[in-house]
Design a protein around this ligand. Structure first.
Ligand SMILES: NC(=O)c1ccc[n+]([C@@H]2O[C@H](COP(=O)([O-])OP(=O)(O)OC[C@H]3O[C@@H](n4cnc5c(N)ncnc54)[C@H](O)[C@@H]3O)[C@@H](O)[C@H]2O)c1
Length: 218
């Protein structure tokens, strides 16, 4: 009896899915625009990362391309520029936590906030288990797993710092000078990491503070 009910449920789900696809075929959902958005793609020097970069370039995103292979990533960048995109290239080893943190901070300073991250970099050792060397297994985890965490953590952390700053300023009323000092102090302690807002962000936050207080912007 149980199995008949499960089969009926399955048939129902299949019919519903087909109907849904049919409706969406004629009334497609509006796609999100990524034009002008800053997209970080790791492992952009070859394969899927490179092809992903081309797709974002065609959609006029601002690209930040990372790879350990300088030549590969520069080739990708050249092709993306031909497609009309603004491209920033960084040589980064995505198995190295501090290098990732420093590179995310450098991108923030030189390019601005990262809005989309494509964690694509991967170390691939196609061999059976017993032929794979210990250090290759370690590297696979460092790049394909840990590297993604380090990258995401730092990007989100930087965004959180900015959001914290914004909210502090917006709530500071006519004491925004104090709020800005506090923001700088706080930023040294976020998540036990040394994260600091840079001059450009500070100017941006000052501007927000001024708007909030109804002052005229210079
Ligand atoms: N191709 C497939 O069939 C397939 C299937 C499943 C998953 N994947 C995953 O998709 C991703 C891309 O695969 P691909 O086939 O395009 O691989 P690929 O080898 O063609 O490209 C990987 C890119 O990552 C870069 N890279 C490697 N180690 C790096 C490091 N330490 N720091 C920075 N960059 C580094 C390489 O230089 C290269 O440009 C990988 O994470 C892979 O595990 C691929």
């Amino acid at each position: 009896m149980h199995i008949i009910l499960e089969l009926l449920l399955l048939v129902g789900i299949i019919i519903y899915s087909y109907l849904e696809s049919l409706v969406k075929f004629f009334i497609p959902r509006r796609r999100k625009s990524v034009a002008g958005q800053t997209v970080l793609i790791t492992g952009a020097g070859h394969g899927i990362g490179r092809l992903t970069a081309y797709e974002f370039a065609k959609r006029k995103s601002r690209l930040v391309l990372w790879d350990i292979n300088k030549r590969g990533v520069e080739e990708t960048a050249a092709e993306c520029r031909k497609l009309g995109a603004i491209v920033h290239v960084f040589v980064v080893d995505c198995s190295n936590r501090m290098e990732i943190y420093n590179s995310v901070d450098q991108v923030k300073k030189e390019v601005g906030d990262i809005e989309i991250v494509v964690n694509n970099a991967g170390a691939i050792y196609p061999a059976d288990l017993l032929s794979t060397k210990d250090e290759e297994i370690t590297k696979t985890f460092e790049v394909n797993i840990l590297g993604h965490f380090w990258c995401n953590i730092r990007v989100v952390l930087n965004l959180r710092v900015e959001l914290n700053c914004r909210s502090k300023l917006e709530n500071s009323g006519d004491r925004r000078g104090e709020a800005l000092n506090q923001v700088q102090l706080d930023n040294e302690q976020v998540n036990g990491q040394q994260v600091q807002i840079n001059k450009r962000q500070m100017d941006k936050l000052m501007a927000i503070g001024q708007i909030y207080n109804g002052d005229k912007l210079s």
